[in-house]
Design a protein around this ligand. Sequence first.
Ligand code: SAM
Length: 285
Amino acid sequence: MPVTLLGAADIRRLAAELDVVPTKKLGQNFVVDANSVRKIVQTARVSADDRVVEIGPGLGSLTLAVLETGADVVAVEIDSRLAARLPQTAAERGVPDGALTVVAADALRVTELPGDPDVLVANLPYNVSVPVLLHFLETFPALTRGVVMVQAEVGERLAAPPGSKVYGSPSAKAAWYGPWRLAGTISRQVFWPVPNVDSVLVAFSRDAAPRGTEDERLRTFAIVDAAFQQRRKMLRQALAGVLGGSAAASAVLERAGVAPTARGEELSIDDFQRVARVSADSEDS
Ligand code: SAM
């Protein structure tokens, strides 16, 4: 039996049945258009061999589109009413037994997932999109690629190269794991309720080898945070707090091949990592 996707009337009927009034707090904007969810799945190149994890399946619009490919899905949903209804929706719509596992939990706190998913596909709750993405990349190294829908401003930041106006801490941290790119736009008219921001798709693929140890990542991220907390300041000042004063910061930056007068927005993740390495070496010596 083929999987049948949800349309606008199905979404409203399910929400009414569950007494769900979408909340801003949980970023609940449900996709009511089958073509849009299929576009996300095609962009992610999901195939029957994939094990997909979805964050925030909601009423199941995107979940069913992923399941339609024959892939297995683990879906993590914080709203217990939505999590409880999803297996029934899947069964009613032709999904074979065992293809979908629902985890009723806060995705920001999940530390284990069944079946070691390798692909992330999600229409992310906008209020937590960056922290939840970084948490998943950190916690689940088996995730090799993904496509997520986020608000346009966030997507542009995630995919921004150094030197661009919107390059910031999320861009540098996301780049720790591998390259990101903007992969399409989604009209706000396909959501219920219609949000007051535009949405984009962003795609990432994880680098084949990890860039550094957990210690090195934490040290690099602390430097990234400090650099962007005072993004207008030169790095020798912005990093004074984390590197033991501005003279010490200048020395570390110079040894790492970065001008102490540069600003954080000019540095790639490679540069930040070099600064972190040099600062660790100077502490050791
Ligand atoms: N995937 C569905 C769709 O495309 O129609 C719903 C997407 S909606 C933008 C975000 C979903 O994430 C909602 O179902 C919401 O309840 C859920 N959510 C919000 N915060 C969450 C969290 N911290 N962990 C897991 N799910 C969360």
